[in-house]
Structures are given as C-alpha cells and as structure tokens.
Design a protein around this ligand. Structure first.
Ligand code: ADP
Ligand code: MG
Length: 261
C-alpha cells in the first residue's frame, strides 16, 4: 500500500534548545512503533547523524552531495541499524550551501523537490535543522507539512521567536501555503525551579493549544545518550526523558491522524 507520509521539520534558530534531541528521539520512537521513518540531517554540525551512531566523515554519501547533484537522494539514504529507521546524513560541507546556492534557480525548493516523492515510502520524514534562518532552514520550511518548535524552558525562551514566526509567515505566503506549526515542545524543564513554571505559563498563553501536553524534563540520560550514538528512547527507555519523548511521539501521531490531507 502506498503511504503518503508527513514531512515534519524541527525548527528554532536558537542553538541548544533541543532540536536535534527532539528530531532523533521522535524519529526513533515512531520507527520503534513500526512506522517507516526517514530522518534527514540538514545541520552542518551533523549532530543527528552522530546521535544515531554514525561518524559524519566516514560515510559514502550525504545531504550535501545530494544538494550538489553529486549523488541521488536514494544513494544518500542509509539504514540506521534500527528497523524502520533510515537516515540521510549531514556533513560539515553543508555550512557552505548558502554561498554555493547564491545564484541557483529555485534554491528554496530544492529539498521539497527531493523529499516529497519519498513520502510514498515513509510515513514520517523528519528534518533536523541548523540554528539559523539560512537557506537550509528555509528549505526545510518549504518542504514541510508541519513544524515542531522546541523551546528551552529558560528565561529567554520566547526571545527571537517573532523572527521565526515572520519567516514562517513569509514561506507560507510565497512558497508553502499549507505550512503549519504542529507542536511547540517545552524542553529541558527543571521542576526544581520556579522559572520552568513561569516559562511554561507564558508559552502556553502565547501559543495556546499548539503547545504539546508533554513537557520534556531536563534529564541527565538525555544528555548522555548522544555520546553512545543512541537516542535516549533506546539508550535508557525507562528514564524520565525517554518516557517523555515517547509520550510526545504519541501526541505527534495523534495530531497526524486528526489531519485530513
Ligand atoms: P539543538 O539541536 O537545538 O542545538 P540539542 O538537541 O543538541 O539542541 O540539545 C543541546 C544540548 O542539550 C545537547 O547536549 C543535548 O544532549 C542536551 N539536551 C537536550 N535535551 C535535554 C534534556 N531534556 N535534558 C538534558 N539534556 C538535554
Ligand atoms: Mg542541533
């Protein structure tokens, strides 16, 4: 049976807010539940690639080569070593894309053109994006049906978000009318401080029902997992961080099921 999968991008131009952790764990959990998943690492830092246990410098092909027409997208897809989960790895060369694409025609739609046909094979395509609003992030916004926006539960959580919202609006107006924020996800929540509660209240007031019910706690196991090349849902499935990411994956699935296409 042909599936028409969802293409989700995990975005926030701030670094260190939990984008990669969210992309990797969402992908791993959806795959563990039996859905066919493709994780696309679109960040030159390649943290999603290493987070699944791959060394970005040792791989035959990667997203950069695909974008440069040096290999096909099919050639760049590698089995992750987990059932139902595939990966398109990143490499540091992606850092040069903004310059290399400066004069390329239709440069904002390259990723959409490449990934949309793959929605026939995968129920979920999840793109991890860099901490900037550069061309890679724009390409992810143009390709995506839905966005996951992780927000770190810290004092400046909402700072810079108006620029992200403006960018999303522009992409919606010009290139991707159906683009929608699926979930805003509160990450690294520290229940020992009042600050977490305050940030949560503020974010829920601002985004309303878009905010996921699940809040991801700050949890050492989440921070440890990448150094073992594993998502925390695999590294320590019973840890608080893993349990939260599993609940979040469930919310995302439910949201997908509630959407008509
Ligand atoms: P981004 O991709 O937005 O830059 P990351 O997902 O890489 O953010 O997270 C930044 C750092 O915080 C990483 O070292 C990651 O392991 C750690 N981290 C992310 N989420 C948690 C969490 N819930 N608890 C503890 N550490 C976390
Ligand atoms: Mg990252």
């Amino acid at each position: 049976m042909a599936t028409t999968g969802w293409l989700l991008a995990v975005v926030n131009q701030k670094g260190g807010v939990g984008k990669t952790t969210t992309a990797v764990n969402l992908a791993a959990e959806l795959a563990a539940q039996g859905d066919e998943v493709l994780l696309v690492d679109a960040d030159p830092q390649a943290n999603a690639t290493s987070g699944l246990g791959f060394s970005p410098t040792n791989l035959a092909h990667n997203l950069f080569e695909v974008l440069q027409d040096e290999c096909s997208i099919e050639e760049a897809i590698i089995p992750s070593g987990r059932v139902h989960l595939h990966l398109i790895p990143a490499s540091i060369d992606l850092a040069g894309i903004d310059l290399l694409f400066a004069t390329r025609i239709a440069r904002e739609t390259v990723l959409r053109t490449l990934l949309t046909p793959l929605c026939e094979q995968y129920q979920w395509i999840i793109i991890d994006t860099p901490p900037s609003l550069g061309l890679l992030t724009i390409n992810a916004l143009v390709a995506a049906n839905g966005l996951i926006v992780p927000l770190q539960c810290e004092y400046y959580a909402l700072e810079g978000l108006s620029r992200l919202m403006q960018t999303i609006d522009l992409v919606r107006q010009h290139l991707n009318p159906s683009l929608e924020i699926w979930k805003v996800l509160l990450t690294m929540y520290d229940s020992r401080t009042k600050l977490g509660e305050q940030v949560e209240a503020e974010v829920r007031k601002f985004f309303g029902a878009k905010v996921a019910r699940t809040v991801i706690p700050r949890n050492v196991r989440v921070g440890e997992a990448p150094s073992f090349g594993q998502p925390v849902v695999e590294y320590d499935p019973r840890s608080r961080g893993a349990v939260a990411y599993k609940a979040f994956a469930q919310e995302v699935k439910e949201y997908g099921a509630s959407r008509s296409r």
